[in-house]
Design a protein around this ligand. Structure first.
Ligand code: SAH
Length: 406
């Protein structure tokens, strides 16, 4: 069996694993860590495709080699008969897009088309904002196949521009320099996204990540449904996603905080772009959230609905402890600012903090705030952000809806 596997594979560079280290690949986990590799056969360059073989020579996967990363290779395919070439990427892109057609909803013109590992394309993110696609490549293999990926995306129907935002910090770990700019077509002067009937301007050139947090679409819809007559505090508001959703849900008032002046000015513009929303019910604070929450408390402010959607405090598990303190702090102040009977929508997008740990942190915050509180709902990413069951690392976004008892 092992011999047959060995003969079947085409000659070329390969990674031989240590005995026993084939197990995670057999469960279809797409990462091969450096510590699992016994030997590198041939002389693969960064991003080259290698066969991954068990210690007994059995073919396990075909993967992208990344010599400078602890994640030494990322799997493209588990099928021995499948070649990794431009046609492969065209098929994978089309498969990802097809998987979302059943999810299409005319109330939204934004969609994550490719969600990395969970779409069988490690290191590849593609977000569609109307006719503009923003592509983010963050692994050596994705970088290697850049042209094929751009071609496949540009060939999709109704695409006027593919814009590249390959500037995530993780590229450094893979030994890649940042690259941004138009990859295909012409970038419109204004990229506008419509979500649940609300128009948002997306700054694909300078905005965070690809420009907009599409993953929070369902959470924004829930906040919309809870906001009526409530005084809302939206902390870490970025370009106003939850703010506009709350105003559309007839909130009495929305105070929004962010420390990015650029994000806030786009947030204001986004509100103005939707003239049917009650413009005079929004207040914006350009401030550090940790300080502003204390200031609000000192000033005797109170709210009926608090949204806490901070940046990724813990990119990996190593940062979990420091991140836990930051999460606890903001949740403590968020709960203190909540009136009895009020609601807290609290999120973590840190891969290094899992749902169980997050719940414990929020429970600790409630205890320190002297708040009697209960979880009444849970939030997660919307359906165009799949999490492959074999890839639990993809499960980064979690949220709790909490009610502070009277
Ligand atoms: N809720 C937003 C996304 C939030 S992203 C949405 O639905 O679109 C996190 C935001 O936190 C960013 O806009 C960033 O500028 C802001 N931020 C980061 N650190 C901050 C701090 N210490 N105080 C206030 N805002 C901060």
């Amino acid at each position: 069996m092992a011999d047959a596997g060995r003969r079947a594979r085409p000659a070329g560079p390969a990674l031989m694993l240590k005995p026993g280290r084939e197990r995670s690949l057999k469960r279809r986990h797409p990462w091969i860590f450096s510590g699992a590799v016994a030997a590198v056969e041939g002389a693969p360059a960064t991003g080259d495709t290698v066969d991954v073989l068990a210690a007994d020579g059995e073919f396990l996967a075909r993967a992208a080699f990344s010599p400078s990363s602890q994640i030494r290779a990322r799997v493209w395919t588990f099928a021995a008969a499948e070649s990794v070439d431009a046609a492969f990427f065209e098929r994978r892109v089309q498969r990802a897009v097809a998987a979302r057609t059943g999810l299409r909803d005319d109330r939204h013109t934004g969609c994550r088309l490719i969600h990395g590992e969970s779409d069988g394309l490690p290191g590849v993110i593609a977000d569609r904002y109307g006719e503009t696609i923003v592509l983010q490549l963050s692994s050596a293999g994705a970088e290697h196949w850049r042209d094929a990926l751009v071609d496949a995306l540009a060939a999709l129907p109704r695409v006027a521009c593919v814009y590249e935002r390959s500037d995530a910090d993780v590229r450094q770990i893979e030994g890649l320099a940042a690259r941004t700019g138009v990859a295909r077509g012409v970038l419109p002067e204004r990229v506008v996204l419509v979500e649940d009937g609300l128009a948002y301007c997306v700054d694909v050139v300078n905005g965070q990540k690809t420009g907009f947090y599409l993953d929070q679409r369902d959470s924004r819809a829930i906040v919309h449904s809870l906001a009526a007559q409530r005084e809302v505090l939206n902390v870490f508001c970025y370009t106003g996603g939850f703010t506009l959703a709350a105003l559309a849900g007839n909130a009495a008032r929305v105070v929004s905080i962010d420390s990015s002046g650029e994000a806030l000015s786009l947030a204001r513009e986004n509100l103005a772009r939707n003239p049917t929303l009650p413009q005079d019910r929004a207040e914006w604070r350009d401030a550090d959230a940790f300080a502003e929450l204390r200031r609000l408390r000192d000033a005797g402010a109170a709210f009926d609905l608090v949204v806490l959607d901070p940046p990724k405090f813990a990119p990996t598990a190593q940062h979990a402890e420091r991140a836990a303190r930051a999460y606890k702090d903001i949740n403590l102040w968020g709960l203190k600012l909540l009136r009895p009977g009020g609601l807290l929508a609290t999120f973590s997008c840190s891969g290094g903090v899992d749902a169980g740990l997050f719940r414990k942190i929020v429970a600790g915050a409630a205890q320190d705030a002297g708040a009697d509180a209960a979880v009444i709902g849970r939030f997660g990413p919307c359906a165009d952000h799949p999490v492959a069951l074999a890839f639990p690392e993809g499960d980064y976004l979690k949220g709790l809806l909490i009610r502070k008892r009277e």
